[in-house]
Design a protein around this ligand. Structure first.
Ligand code: NAD
Length: 378
């Protein structure tokens, strides 16, 4: 995945702010904590790489939300975010005083961008503070924690979404349209992979099970599960899986490479691969009347696609995260569909758990009873 370097990031932000006619806190209705707001205030929790290089820049392009606050455990980052984005002191929190965000009417949405095992705690605290919640993928490290997040949002009557940016991407919407309209006939087979070669610090949290919940499957595998499902239009009814380990000295605590096979309704089948020791970024769906594919299928963009009739799939590039956060804001402000609801994140975690169970049982098929859980048909 491409990351902006610090210089181009700062330059982009400078341009973004210069292009903005009003200071952030002078948008009409800001401070009025109702759906009459024109723009919703988002607070990012965790100022690591994804918040810094993707979400904050994207929030300079959003129409229905803006970057209002931050929650960080690193005091030294605060000044930089204040200077770059004009965030005011009253909208900066640390992990301990975070719950007092309940009193801040400038913050409408809390976006949790922390290591996976911390998602549930902060999403539940955000919901208890009366804030709408976006939870990064994977939603949590197990199904029980997903249920706890969903229950907390329900109890506090706040909306919940998972940071599945691909669900807002125009290429995904086009694929869903092909499936729905049977442009290439009934889909009988789907193949998906989402993988990269991990070479960094072996002490990183993604390789530490207590923080990540698992390896490649938790990190990249959820993309392959997602594409398998929207590439065929149904949830799987069973899964069988295998794990491969070739660098046990590096992947001491987490899975390295996993392959899985799905059965879907209507005699359709599929396969996926995820790895921290191979590259892969692909979706291909084979129908009774042709095929379509995306390669790359899960990058920040641009995505690239082709179909069996010789056409390319092409849309102008926009930051997926900007569309994603605007989609969720419109859901709150205008009651449009939630394109990535909590049930979708929970459904994927049920599949993740079934994959780990299958591996532990020597590849035994696991029956899944998901119905249409988490399916959002466009
Ligand atoms: P990162 O390591 O760059 O940042 C993690 C942040 O969490 C840092 O600010 C760090 O200070 C903070 N943190 C708090 N407690 C920590 C602890 N005990 N150990 C380590 N860090 C701790 O990670 P990231 O790439 O920004 O990922 C954060 C989340 O965002 C993850 O859930 C990841 O899966 C998700 N993510 C999603 C996408 C996407 O495309 N949707 C892309 C990247 C990351």
């Amino acid at each position: 995945m491409k990351e902006l370097n610090r210089r181009s990031f700062t330059k982009r932000i400078g341009l973004g702010l210069a292009a903005s006619a009003l200071p952030l806190n002078s948008y009409p209705f800001i401070g009025d904590h109702t759906n009459t707001k024109k723009k919703l205030g988002i607070a990012l929790v965790g100022l690591g790489s994804y918040s810094t290089y993707q979400l904050a820049p994207s929030l300079q392009e959003t129409k229905h939300c803006y970057l209002a606050g931050v929650v960080t455990g690193t005091k030294s980052k605060e000044q930089d975010w204040k200077d770059t984005y004009g965030i005011t002191d009253d909208c900066i929190y640390d992990y301990d005083n975070f719950d007092s965000i309940i009193n801040n009417s400038k913050i409408d949405i809390v976006y949790v961008v922390l290591p996976n095992s911390m998602h549930a705690d902060f999403c539940i605290r955000a919901a208890n503070a009366g804030k709408h919640v976006i939870c990064e993928k994977p939603m949590a490290v197990n199904v029980v924690a997903c249920d706890a997040i969903i229950a907390a949002c329900k109890k506090n009557n706040v909306k919940l979404s998972v940071g599945y940016r691909m669900q807002s991407d125009p290429y995904t919407k086009e694929i869903k349209k092909y499936v729905k309209e049977k442009t290439f006939g009934d889909i009988h087979f789907v193949s998906s992979d989402a993988a990269y070669i991990s070479k960094g610090n072996p002490g990183q949290w993604r390789l530490n099970k207590s923080l990540s919940g698992g390896g490649a499957l938790m990190n990249m595998g959820v993309y392959a599960i997602q594409t398998s499902i929207y590439g065929i239009g149904n949830n799987p009814v069973s899964v069988s899986a295998q794990e491969f380990s070739t660098r046990p000295d590096y992947f001491k605590d987490t899975d390295e490479t996993i392959t899985a096979q799905f059965e879907f309704p209507n005699n359709a089948v599929g396969q996926m691969m995820t790895s921290h020791n191979a590259n892969g970024n692909h979706l291909k769906s084979y129908g009774s009347n042709g095929w379509f594919e995306l390669d790359p299928a899960h990058s920040y963009g641009p995505i690239s696609g082709r179909t069996s009739d010789g056409n390319t799939i092409h849309f102008p590039h926009k930051m997926q995260q900007a569309i994603q956060m605007d989609d969720f804001s419109k859901h709150i402000l205008m009651d449009t569909p939630n394109v990535a609801p909590g049930e979708m994140g929970k459904r994927d975690m049920i599949i993740v758990e079934a994959i780990y169970t299958s591996i532990s049982e020597g590849g035994k098929k696991q029956v899944l009873d998901l119905g249409d859980m988490g399916i959002v048909r466009g």
